[in-house]
Ligand binder design. Structure first.
Ligand code: FFO
Ligand code: ATP
Length: 197
């Protein structure tokens, strides 16, 4: 079986697995995840973080968003570009007016854009991951394209995948365009990459 078909099968299975979590399991996971991320963001100030609005059983960042709000962190959410398959990031605060994109995922309606290299941390939603740096997204290549040229940027945000622990698999093939992650945060622990991304 070719890599695209393997990934597609894995995607179907893992999306179903996360959608089958109960509301209690989701809430518990969201709380634990916020603690795991907080340990890694530490006591820094003026942090600019891109995160996402949970959809399709994704692990929910609302507890973490609350904590960021209290600490005056600036938050941003991905917005799908109107004619290119890439993302830009718009300022978000709890209570911001939102608009559903073509996949039904809410995006900030009036959020100020930020140049991606000005972000300090990007939390990417994952469908699956392994502990060797393999990752699986929704299959649109949106994050891959958005961060494809980051080596040429004046500075780079740290990229961390975010997922439920039950989205961890034995091995996901890494393809040439896959952007390297600094690690993955789950409701159980942080998996940090060995190689520097
Ligand atoms: N919460 C969240 N926001 C995100 C992402 C994400 O994975 N999660 N994205 C990460 O890239 C981008 C959106 N990418 C997406 C890619 C595919 C599908 C999707 O549901 N595809 C459907 C069928 C496609 C269609 O309707 O045409 C599917 O596969 O069932 C959704 C989002 C930007 N925002
Ligand atoms: N930098 C790029 N330039 C052009 N096409 C790309 C680039 N990155 C990925 N793609 C294309 O996007 C498609 C989806 O890739 P892949 O299955 O790895 O997505 P994904 O990693 O699951 O999605 P995401 O990046 O949104 O999390 C592939 O067909 C790939 O060829």
């Amino acid at each position: 079986m070719d890599i695209a078909s393997q990934k597609s099968q894995m995607r179907t299975f893992l999306r179903r697995t996360r959608r089958n979590l109960s509301p209690e399991q989701q809430q518990d996971a969201a709380y634990r995840l916020s603690q795991v991320i907080r340990q890694h963001v530490g006591q820094q100030r003026n942090v600019k973080i891109a995160l996402y609005h949970a959809n399709d059983g994704e692990i929910d960042l609302s507890f973490f968003i609350e904590q960021c709000h209290k600490r005056d962190f600036e938050l941003y959410m991905p917005v799908i570009h109107s004619f290119k398959p890439t993302l830009w990031f718009a300022r978000y605060s709890p209570g911001s007016a939102m608009y559903s994109n073509r996949f039904g995922i809410p995006e900030p309606l009036h959020g100020e854009p930020i140049a991606p290299w000005q972000l300090n941390l990007v939390l990417l939603p994952l469908v699956g991951f392994d502990t060797a740096g393999g990752r699986l997204g929704m299959g649109g290549g949106f994050y891959d394209r958005t961060f494809a040229h980051q080596r040429r940027w004046p500075k780079k945000p740290k990229l961390f995948g975010v997922a439920h622990e039950c989205q961890k698999v034995e091995s996901i093939p890494v393809e040439a365009w896959d952007i390297p992650l600094a690690g993955v945060f789950t409701d159980k622990q942080a998996y940090l990459s060995r190689q520097k991304p």
